[in-house]
Design a protein around this ligand. Structure first.
Ligand code: PLP
Length: 359
């Protein structure tokens, strides 16, 4: 068996020890005689798995007691609608436009209420994050929405914006658990699991308790945060296997030293790659230095006619999924928690060789 270095933006690489444990437990989870997929979600075995996953996620992110963790479905795109349905309360909402994913959030929210684009980095072709002092916030907004890491454009907030008393909401799909955050600065955090957490199908929501119970009448009950919270995320059948794998990832994160250790590792991995790209004229990174993502690194070759040869050569070395998103072109290396530094070193070695051969 050969495992590749998988630079996919998501679904993405998972930690090998997690996959090994899941494989070992596939046919018989801890003497139950069945796989986790085959268990009743209301049985004691799965209830224990889900409770442990929630408790471990709470501990990893240091989630305060007055926040609820919800395990939902429908992905972050689902949340783009579920969020305004639950939080808008007949008011408007402020959105900060930093690229493809915030634009998707804005378009969806506008179906449910008034959206004010408080700031946008469109003028820089989404290579920056608008500085906080340029935002035109509505003090009466129901919430302020940001996308903490734009998976496609590769820009990431390197600060937590202060927005006063208005609830701050963040789509953290592609950087949740990559480093410590101060959860209390946010009113709500959401993200799909398939990048830094586990399999697709699970959506994480962390919500301050006082925001529950204000959903619009038309909100499907399975998407009403209060209903989901009251049923401990078991109002409908949850994505059981995805929750189990996420739980194993949380244990792995704890064993690796938690989020402070992840932050160190992710900072080093990103620095290794960006430093090489910056030092080599054959490549370029379009994103402003102080807004560069630690998770998704878009880059270009000086001559895009070499893109196909670059990707084919990478594939031959087991460096896969490096093609950039169709919206921005070029290349993109996603280097989530589960990408080991060896993978980034192998990529940099290949970048160096390819440049020497074609530069
Ligand atoms: C930042 C961000 N938001 C939203 C989404 C959409 O997530 P999903 O496909 O889980 O609905 C993605 C997916 O790639 C993403 O990276």
């Amino acid at each position: 068996m050969t495992r590749v270095f998988n630079f996919s933006a998501g679904p993405a690489v998972l930690p090998e020890p997690v996959l090994r444990q899941a494989a070992a437990e596939m046919l018989d989870w801890q003497g139950s005689g069945m796989s986790v997929m085959e268990m009743s979600h209301r049985g004691p075995q799965f209830m224990a798995i889900a409770a442990a996953a929630m408790a471990d996620l709470r501990a990893l992110l240091d989630v305060p007691a007055h926040y609820r963790i919800l395990f939902m479905q429908g992905g972050a795109i689902g949340q783009n609608a579920i969020l305004p349905m639950n939080l808008m309360r007949g008011k408007g909402a402020d959105y900060v436009d930093t690229g493809e994913w915030s634009r998707r959030s804005i378009a969806e929210a506008a179906r449910y209420g008034r959206v004010n684009v408080a700031a946008s980095s469109e003028a820089s072709r989404y290579t920056t994050i608008p500085p906080r002092d340029s935002w035109r916030l509505d003090p009466d907004a129901a919430y302020v929405h940001i996308c903490s890491n734009e998976t496609i454009g590769g820009v990431q907030y390197q600060f937590t914006p202060e927005v006063g008393a208005v609830p701050l909401v963040a789509d953290m799909s592609s950087d949740i658990l990559s480093r410590p955050i101060e959860v209390s600065k946010y009113a709500l955090i959401y993200g799909g699991a398939q990048k830094n957490i586990g399999p697709a199908g699970l959506t994480i929501v962390i919500v301050r308790e006082d925001l529950l119970g204000h959903a619009m009448a038309l909100t499907p009950s399975a998407f009403d945060y209060k209903v989901v919270a009251e049923h401990d995320s078991m109002y409908n059948t949850p994505p059981t296997y995805a929750i189990y794998i996420a739980g194993l990832v949380f244990k792995w994160l704890q064993a690796e030293g938690g989020l402070a250790a992840m932050a160190e590792r992710n900072r080093s991995k990103a620095a290794l790659l960006y430093d090489f790209l910056d030092a080599t004229p054959f490549y370029s990174s379009p994103v402003a230095r102080d807004c560069r993502s630690w998770m998704n690194v878009p880059f270009r070759l000086a001559d895009d006619r070499l893109d196909a040869a670059f990707l084919a050569g990478a594939e031959e070395r087991g460096l896969v999924q490096l093609k950039g998103h169709r919206v921005v072109g070029g290349m993109r290396a996603s280097i989530y928690n589960a990408m080991p530094i060896e993978g980034v070193r192998a990529l940099v070695d290949y970048l160096r060789e390819f440049a020497a051969r074609h530069g």
